[in-house]
Design a protein around this ligand. Structure first.
Ligand SMILES: Nc1ncnc2c1ncn2[C@@H]1O[C@H](COP(=O)(O)OP(=O)(O)O)[C@@H](O)[C@H]1O
Ligand SMILES: [Mg+2]
Length: 239
């Protein structure tokens, strides 16, 4: 399913171009972070890749195939949890896979262990804190052993401790063999996690650079303005 090649992707409901020719190539390794101003279409891009929305033009090539050959999982900004136990929330996600019940239970417990929620397995998912809910949503995605994991602002509204726990889990899922494509508004998080940065603005990818190069020397005026606006201090970029 890699390299994943997005070419000329358009999403223009009622003729209003929200994504207006997105070009992007992603390898199957590492963590890619999409940055961009509010309303830039970051969430839309993830939803289009997940097949949750139809594109109005352009296309996606999944390593030479029209559909992803490997598993894909997406975690939303507000994870939708079932009104069931923590355990059931993960176990249900495994139903579509041909795994025997014993294997399903073992995998569910193992992944809950890895996100630090094994001791809450019998609790109702509704009782979880924001950080725990997000860890449960990640556990559900992780249990599916995705080849591509799409994460939409996974730590929005979490405190620094909960954020750190989520970042650790994201790194471990990556190490387990998933390519991660995520959005964030947390620039610190982008510097901590990203191998490469995709800067989206005005309906297009304005820059796609290694994280190191992006933060040292963003070349598009839109990215410079965005970084200047997000940082609590003014920085002068090298020319
Ligand atoms: N399904 C949809 N149909 C029409 N417009 C949408 C849809 N989803 C989002 N939008 C609009 O697309 C724009 C980009 O949204 P979004 O992808 O959520 O931005 P971001 O995640 O970068 O903040 C917004 O103006 C939003 O209102
Ligand atoms: Mg969004």
């Amino acid at each position: 399913m890699f390299p994943l090649r997005i070419a000329g992707l358009r999403f223009a409901p009622a003729g209003r171009p929200l994504l207006d020719g997105v070009d992007l190539e992603l390898s199957g390794e590492g963590i890619s972070v999409i940055l961009g101003p509010n309303g830039a279409g970051k969430t839309l891009l993830l939803r289009l890749l997940a097949g949750l929305l139809p594109a109005h033009g352009g296309g996606v090539d999944w390593g030479g195939a029209p559909e992803p050959a490997g598993r894909l999982a997406m975690v939303f900004q507000q994870p939708m949890l079932l009104r069931l136990s923590v355990f059931a929330n993960v176990e249900f996600a495994l139903w579509p896979q041909a795994i025997r019940p014993a294997g399903r239970k073992a995998r569910t417990l193992a992944v809950l262990e890895r996100v630090g929620l094994a001791h809450r397995a019998r609790d109702s998912a509704r009782l979880l804190s924001g950080g725990e809910r997000q860890r449960l949503a990640l556990a559900r995605a992780w249990a599916m052993a995705p080849r591509l994991l799409l994460l939409d602002e996974p730590t929005a509204s979490l405190d620094p401790t909960a954020t750190e726990a989520v970042e650790t889990i994201i790194r471990e899922i990556r190490t387990d063999g998933a390519k991660v494509l995520m959005t964030t508004h947390n620039l610190g998080q982008a510097t901590r996690l990203a191998d490469d940065i995709i800067f989206l603005a005005d309906g297009r990818v304005q820059e796609h650079e290694t994280a190191h190069r992006f933060f040292a020397r963003p070349h598009s005026p839109a990215a410079r303005a965005y970084l200047q606006g997000e940082l609590p201090w003014r920085i002068a970029f090298d020319r």
